[in-house]
Design a protein around this ligand. Structure first.
Ligand SMILES: Cc1cc2nc3c(=O)[nH]c(=O)nc-3n(C[C@H](O)[C@H](O)[C@H](O)COP(=O)(O)O)c2cc1C
Length: 140
């Protein structure tokens, strides 16, 4: 089973989570600028919230790489409880790409809010989530 990790990050929060997930699943975290050169059964896709939605680069990554994506597992952060899951799932469906039922979301630092987040615990939680997803999705 091949696993890849892609992310978009303006300020470094999503990169932190991507690196923790990549280490947990034995992959390398790369930005969404880097296309998938081979089919991946699972693509952990890091998409945080900007103006209520994921950045267009993430949505474009899905359509441009659809044939090489088995299933997307979304992770990200926001300063509120908002997640990009629904938007990513909808964009993926538009490219006939499946999205896992579960996603990882934590608080992200923004202006004076959520200082230091994602923190060490958030990264450990993201890593644990990723390991569980690989087990879950690997046997179905
Ligand atoms: C330009 C911009 C717009 C944002 N808009 C929202 C938003 O609409 N809702 C929200 O909850 N957080 C919003 N945030 C907070 C980010 O989701 C949060 O800081 C996240 O951790 C950023 O991830 P990054 O460091 O990987 O870019 C915004 C942040 C930026 C920089």
């Amino acid at each position: 089973m091949r696993i890849d990790v892609r992310y978009f990050s303006k300020g470094g929060a999503t990169k932190k989570l991507a690196d923790a997930i990549a280490e947990a699943v034995g992959a390398e975290a790369k930005t969404v600028d880097v296309p998938l050169d081979k089919y991946a059964d699972i693509v952990f896709l890091g998409a945080s919230v900007y103006g209520g939605k994921p950045d267009a680069a993430v949505v474009n990554f899905i359509s441009a790489n659809a044939k090489n994506i088995g299933k997307i597992v979304v992770f990200g952060s926001a300063c509120t409880k908002k997640s990009t899951y629904a938007a990513i799932k909808s964009a993926a469906a538009g490219s006939a790409v499946k999205t896992a039922e579960m996603f990882f979301q934590c608080k992200g630092e923004f202006l004076f809010l959520n200082k230091g987040r994602p923190n060490t615990q958030d990264c450990a939680d993201a890593a644990e989530f990723a390991r569980k997803q690989v087990k879950l999705l690997g046997v179905t």
